[in-house]
Design a protein around this ligand. Sequence first.
Ligand code: BG6
Ligand code: MG
Length: 212
Amino acid sequence: MIKGIIFDLDGVLVFTDEYHYLAWQKVFDKYNLFFDRNMNQKLRGVSRKESLEIVLRENKISMDETQKEKLLKEKNDIYIQFLEEKLTPEVIPQTTREVLSSLREKGFKLAIGSSSKNTPLILKRTELLPYFDAISDGNMIQNSKPDPEVFLKAASLLHLSPQECVVVEDGEAGIVAAIRGGFMPFGIGKEISPSLPYRPISSLNDLLCFNF
Ligand code: BG6
Ligand code: MG
């Protein structure tokens, strides 16, 4: 029986993906590394550090750790500037808050399972924090999605087993992480390969129609 719902954050509850893309594009342009929207899809759900490793691999370039740290800081500074300029409670659709409230009223425990180290900042700026019983984020894990660690941590914080939770994701890495962790994955958006065994939903509203 399903008792908990674990939500990815970027691309599911908040539409910060574009800010990630624009911030990466700015630093990769500066460092003369090839990067486009296609490559960006591979970064969905993947940690900041692993995202850089993917782009370096694609460019067949190596970089020393000090330079990597510098680039990562530059990217995050630009990203945070976007969050501070654009992210207010009003950018969250009212339906998102209504769905979260309804799920809580139905008795589900809700958690965040996000690779982002900026999760606390995002939840604070959007005023989404009060809807959640547990937060599992990039500050608490060693292994990025597609490793299931962030979801296993979320389930454990809810005192539930993976079989008692569903995961809601927009990224392929997150869907694979959910499957590997033993969770039932729900996929939102167009970026997930249809060959993966997940339940597609067109909006968060659809979660209210499921008889878990
Ligand atoms: C994920 C995003 O939620 O968080 C990725 O989909 C991002 O694009 C990752 O790289 C890490 O985010 P942050 O905020 O710690 O740089
Ligand atoms: Mg996501």
